[in-house]
Design a protein around this ligand. Structure first.
Ligand code: PLP
Length: 387
């Protein structure tokens, strides 16, 4: 019997760059500095150069990046934030943690991203921001979203947690709105060996407040943020144990930063391998009654996850399992129907597109190291299952 083909193979990636990773980890251990030191500074510099953003603020995870972006934009109690119901729970959770209320807009069933043409209907006097999610690494319709945001003076925070390096009209996602949030969870297309996240922005005040918030609102950054928020010229004394705002402990540690800095060099290559393999799936599966992924015009997806659609999804997933192929349903429950958000008052039937999509989509293995023969076996098995 064939060994299982996993959805993602993190060991295979590690073995390809083992010497460099081991050296980076050992360098940090030998430095004796583990929090907020030179590897974090270096990675932030390299990550903002990669993205083409002025500032990059590393954080403990992608969820915190979303919470901190909302806080830095002054969004909280009484505010509403529009977002997609077809995403990982953390997107809406971050809105709630910032003190605001998530309002869901149905998705475009061809890209699975927020449908820009349905946003205006959901705007109220309390709406302060839109969080588009570039789901599965596929850029959302940022032109449509930015047009509405400008018209109604709304902030835009891009949830690019699944889309590191993806482009929209030549720009990296995360750099189009006011702020962009990334996750370095191990299975992400740029993943560390634990948790990690990043907020990018071209606006200095967002970067300053985010840097203050990640470290308990204290020290030099805390004072800078305090003066900036209150419009003071220069006031107060800065020291580690002088705190100017209530923040978080949300720092990326030195070991993860050093690991990520090694991996960042390979990201373009890994992303193009993902694209090649995704296009190969598209090509071989065309002509069968399956829906393959679609990109927006002028978008360059990074296929963090490769997702197909078929009316007999559960049967295909079972068949793949019986043939030792991993697959997963991302996501079985749309966020507006999650029990944890019951208090928002949504009902079955409120968002028809997403409710249909969660019943028919499933994701199959796609990662840069996926072997040709394994991909061929996956394709043959899927075709077998529907023939
Ligand atoms: C779309 C999306 N948003 C937010 C997050 C949260 O990121 P993290 O797990 O790093 O907190 C994730 C990843 O898990 C995600 O996929």
């Amino acid at each position: 019997m064939k060994v299982t083909i996993p959805l993602v193979d993190l060991k295979a990636q590690y073995y390809c760059i083992r010497d460099e990773i081991d050296k980076a980890v050992s360098d940090v251990l030998n430095s004796g500095n583990f929090v907020m030191d030179r590897y974090v500074r270096q990675f932030e510099e390299d990550f903002s150069a990669f993205n083409g953003s002025k500032y990059a603020v590393s954080l403990a995870n992608g969820t915190d990046a979303l919470v901190i972006a909302l806080k830095a934009l002054g969004i909280g109690k009484g505010d509403e934030v529009l977002t997609s119901p077809f995403t990982f729970f953390a997107t809406a959770e971050a809105i709630v943690r910032a003190g605001a209320r998530p309002v869901f807009v149905d998705i475009d069933p061809t890209t699975y991203n927020i449908d820009a043409s349905k946003i205006e209907d959901r705007i109220s006097d309390n709406t302060k921001a839109i969080i588009p999610v570039h789901i599965f690494g596929n850029p959302a319709d940022m032109a449509g979203i930015m047009e509405i945001a400008e018209k109604y003076k709304l902030h835009v925070i891009e949830d690019a947690c699944q889309a590191i390096g993806a482009k929209y009209k030549g720009k990296r996602v995360g750099t189009i709105g006011d702020a962009g949030c990334f996750s370095f969870f191990p299975s992400k297309n740029l993943g560390c060996y634990g948790d990690g996240g990043m907020l990018v922005t071209n606006r200095e005040e967002i970067a300053v407040v985010a840097k203050a918030l990640r470290s308990h609102g204290g020290g030099e950054m805390g004072l800078m943020a305090y003066n900036l928020i209150n419009g003071y010229e220069e006031r107060g004394y800065s020291d580690k144990y002088y705190n100017y705002m209530v923040g978080y402990n949300s720092r990326l540690d030195e070991i993860q930063a050093a690991i990520l800095d090694v991996k960042l060099k390979y990201l373009e290559r890994w992303n193009s391998l993902r694209r090649e393999k995704a296009y190969y799936y598209n090509e071989r599966l065309s002509g069968y009654p399956l829906r393959t992924p679609k990109e927006e015009e002028d978008a360059e997806a990074v296929y963090h996850i490769y997702t197909l659609e078929h009316s007999s999804r559960d049967m295909i997933v079972e068949y793949l399992k019986s043939r030792n192929i991993d697959s997963r349903v991302y996501y079985p429950v749309p966020l507006h129907l999650q029990k944890g958000l019951e208090y928002l008052g949504y009902r079955d039937g409120d968002l028809k597109m997403v409710e249909k999509v969660v019943k028919t989509t499933f994701s199959i293995p796609l990662f840069p190291e996926l072997k040709e023969e394994d991909q061929a076996y996956i394709i043959d098995t899927i075709i077998d299952s529907i023939s």
